[in-house]
Design a protein. Structure first.
Length: 289
């Protein structure tokens, strides 16, 4: 059953305080993009007020059009060769010690954007050697060389979101493939303690119509990778053009979801209505150590 009315306890205030506006102007002034803005994240005000943001590299137009996502789709601009230096400028100015970077999907690029990820991280580490970095990557269309190139960078976390259960992929993740996303995570995990040692992370949304049994299978698949950090949050329909919400989970149900995922073998699980893959990411990383 599809529902639309959001319960009162799931309405987070968006306060455009002077601190939030200052962060927004700084980011825009550098010509940068954030997934906070592009994906209409409900946590934007909270994070921007502290100067935190999840940077969206490779432009703000995605070559795919997933039913759950608010990011604009269409023909992207060429990658910005100075993007890493611009992010370093922002990070330095806000004394950020743990930066989270993600990107749109770039199926138009031969390597899916893997080389640009590498360039951005290398520029950041050259300019800010002590900076800790978490990358949330697309599937690179399953290209092993792209995944390996990014997973072997000097980063703390390699993340790729599975997003939802396998059964909902045709309706919710057009252009994506469940097994391919699992393989991206498996490739990165296979490099641990060999060429690299980042934590392996993924994230899902609930409320799209998944069943308890389907979630259990998903948790098992992620544990087998092995994924070490998992985030679970409520899907919130960003616009009338996106997939509808099928169910709003009650706050106490997230503890049950967390327990089930941990029981399947996932080391560290963060679950809650407003949890997003990059929300309080440093805290999740520290909790997994």
């Amino acid at each position: 059953m599809k529902i639309s009315a959001r319960p009162p306890w799931l309405r987070k205030q968006k306060r455009l305080t002077p601190e939030v506006m200052r962060t927004r102007r700084h980011i825009e002034g550098l010509g940068l993009h954030t997934v906070c803005e592009s994906a209409r994240c409900p946590n934007l005000g909270e994070c921007y007020a502290c100067g935190n943001a999840t940077f969206l590299i490779l432009g703000d137009h995605c070559t795919r059009d997933c039913a759950f996502c608010a990011v604009e789709h269409g023909t992207p601009q060429p990658p910005d060769a100075q993007e890493g230096e611009k992010i370093a400028d922002y990070v330095r100015g806000n004394q950020i010690r743990y930066a989270v970077l993600t990107s749109v999907t770039r199926d138009d690029l031969p390597d899916g954007g893997g080389a640009h990820f590498r360039r951005v991280v290398e520029d950041l580490k050259r300019l800010l050697p002590s900076l800790q970095i978490e990358l949330l990557v697309p599937d690179f269309q399953g290209r092993r060389e792209s995944v390996e190139s990014v997973a072997t960078l000097p980063i703390q976390v390699f993340a790729h979101n599975i997003e939802t259960v396998k059964e909902l992929y045709p309706a919710v993740r057009r252009g994506a493939n469940y097994q391919r996303s699992l393989e991206v995570l498996k490739i990165a995990a296979s490099l641990r303690n060999k060429q690299a040692s980042p934590r392996i992370k993924s994230g899902i949304m609930v409320g799209l119509g998944e069943t308890e049994e389907e979630l259990k299978r998903l948790f098992g698949d992620l544990a087998a990778v092995p994924v070490e950090i998992l985030t679970i949050g409520q899907y919130l329909q960003p616009s009338k053009f996106n997939a509808p919400v099928h169910r709003y989970y009650e706050p106490d149900e997230y503890e049950l979801l967390r327990d089930k995922a941990v029981a399947c073998g996932i080391r560290h699980v963060v679950a809650g209505p407003y949890v997003r893959s990059s929300y309080l990411a440093e805290r999740a990383y520290r909790g997994s150590l």
